[in-house]
Design a protein around this ligand. Structure first.
Ligand code: FDA
Length: 308
C-alpha cells in the first residue's frame, strides 16, 4: 500500500516539490546516488572497479519533454564515456540508458529521436570499449524499447536491455531475446503496473522471475541477473550448474548502495558483479522507486529528520 503511494508520488509534480524541498533529503539520496557531476560518477566507478566490481552508469533523468533536453542527455553520456576513457576500464564500465530521457516520450517523433540519441551514446560506448544497456520503464514503453533495441543491435550487437519479470509478456520476450550475443538484464520490475498486465503479488513476481531466468540460462545469450534477492541468486547458481554455464557466461547486478556486502562477496567468489551507479541532479523518480521497494528505507528517510 505504502509502496503504491510512493510510486504514485514518483509521478506527481506536487510531491516532487515537497520531497525535494526538505533540506535533509539530499543526505538520504546520497545513499543511492553517486553524486551530481561527471567527475563524481568517474570517481565512484574507479572506486568500485578498484574493489573488483564492474559498473553500469546511469545519467539520471526520465520522461524528457523537449528535444533539446533529450540531446543534452545524450551529450552528457558522451562526456562521461570520454572521461572514463583514460582509465581503460573496458567492459568494467558500461552505461545504462532510459530511452524516455533521450526522447522516447516526445510524441510521434519520439522513437526516431530516441534512436538517434541512443546511437550517439552507443558509438561513444563502443569507442570507450564498453556497451549500452537500455533500462525498461513502464509497460506502455516496452514495444517501443524493444523496437529501438532491434535497430541498435544491427550496428551495436552487444546492446542489452532490461526485462521486467512482473509483466505477463516477459517470458515471451525472454524467449525472443535468448539467442547468441543477446544481453538481457532480468529485473523484477519497479513501476506501478495494473493487474491487466503484471503480477501484483511478490510471490507471483518471484516465480515469474525464476521462469524467465530459466529461459535465459538455457538460451545462448548473456543473462544479467539483476536482483538483491538471495533466494533468486541461489536459484541462478543451481540453473547455471544444470545448464553447464561457467562463471563469465552470465553476471550479477545490483544497485549502488544496496547490499554492498553481498556485492563484494559475489565478486570475491569470482563472479562478474556489476553495480548500477546513478548520478546527476534529476534523482527524484529513481529515489522514490528505491523508497517504494523497501519500507525500511522510508524509516531511514524519516529518521534523518530527527538526526543531525
Ligand atoms: P526484492 O525487492 O524482493 O528485494 C530483495 C532484498 O534486497 C530485500 O529483502 C532487501 O534486503 C534488498 N533490497 C531490495 N531493494 C532494496 C532497496 N531499495 N533498498 C534496500 N534494500 C533493498 N526496474 C525496472 O523496472 N526497470 C529497470 O530498467 C531496472 N533496472 C535495474 C537495474 C539493476 C542493476 C537492478 C539491480 C535493478 C533494476 N531495476 C529495474 C529495479 C528492479 O526492478 C527491482 O525493483 C529492484 O531490484 C528490487 O528488487 P529485488 O530483485 O532486489 O528483490
Amino acid at each position: 500500500m505504502l509502496g503504491s503511494l510512493l510510486l504514485a508520488g514518483s509521478r506527481s509534480a506536487l510531491v516532487r516539490r515537497a520531497v525535494s524541498g526538505f533540506p535533509v533529503t539530499r543526505k538520504v539520496v546520497n545513499r543511492f546516488v553517486a553524486g551530481e557531476t561527471t567527475a563524481d560518477a568517474v570517481a565512484a566507478t574507479r572506486r568500485l572497479a578498484a574493489a573488483g566490481l564492474a559498473v553500469t552508469i546511469d545519467h539520471l533523468g526520465e520522461e524528457t519533454r523537449d528535444a533539446a533536453s533529450a540531446g543534452e542527455t545524450a551529450k552528457a553520456y558522451v562526456a562521461l564515456l570520454e572521461a572514463l576513457q583514460p582509465y581503460d576500464l573496458g567492459h568494467r564500465a558500461e552505461v545504462s540508458v532510459k530511452l524516455s530521457a533521450v526522447g522516447q516520450a516526445l510524441g510521434a517523433d519520439g522513437d526516431r529521436i530516441a534512436l538517434e540519441n541512443a546511437r550517439v551514446i552507443c558509438e561513444a560506448a563502443q569507442a570507450a570499449g564498453g556497451t549500452v544497456t537500455l533500462d525498461m520503464e513502464d509497460h506502455t514503453t516496452v514495444d517501443s524499447t524493444l523496437g529501438i533495441l532491434r535497430d541498435l543491435r544491427a550496428d551495436f550487437p552487444a546492446t542489452g536491455v532490461a526485462i521486467q519479470a512482473y509483466l505477463f509478456r516477459s517470458e515471451g520476450d525472454c524467449r525472443d531475446l535468448a539467442g547468441e550475443g543477446s544481453r538481457v538484464r532480468l529485473v523484477k520490475g519497479a513501476y506501478a503496473e495494473p493487474a491487466s498486465v503484471a503480477h501484483q503479488k511478490k510471490a507471483d513476481v518471484d516465480k515469474a522471475y525464476v521462469r524467465a531466468l530459466r529461459i535465459l540460462m538455457e538460451g545462448r545469450g548473456y543473462p544479467m541477473i539483476a536482483t538483491h534477492d538471495d533466494r533468486l541468486i541461489e536459484i541462478a547458481e543451481t540453473l547455471a550448474e544444470r545448464c553447464g554455464r561457467a562463471q563469465g557466461t552470465y553476471e550479477y547486478q545490483m544497485l549502488y548502495g544496496i547490499r554492498t556486502d553481498k556485492q563484494e562477496a559475489l565478486a570475491g567468489a569470482g563472479h562478474t558483479m556489476r553495480v548500477y551507479v546513478p548520478y546527476g541532479d534529476d534523482w527524484y523518480g529513481y529515489f522514490m522507486r528505491r523508497l517504494a521497494e523497501r519500507p525500511a528505507n522510508i524509516a531511514f528517510f524519516l529518521r534523518s529528520f530527527t538526526s543531525k
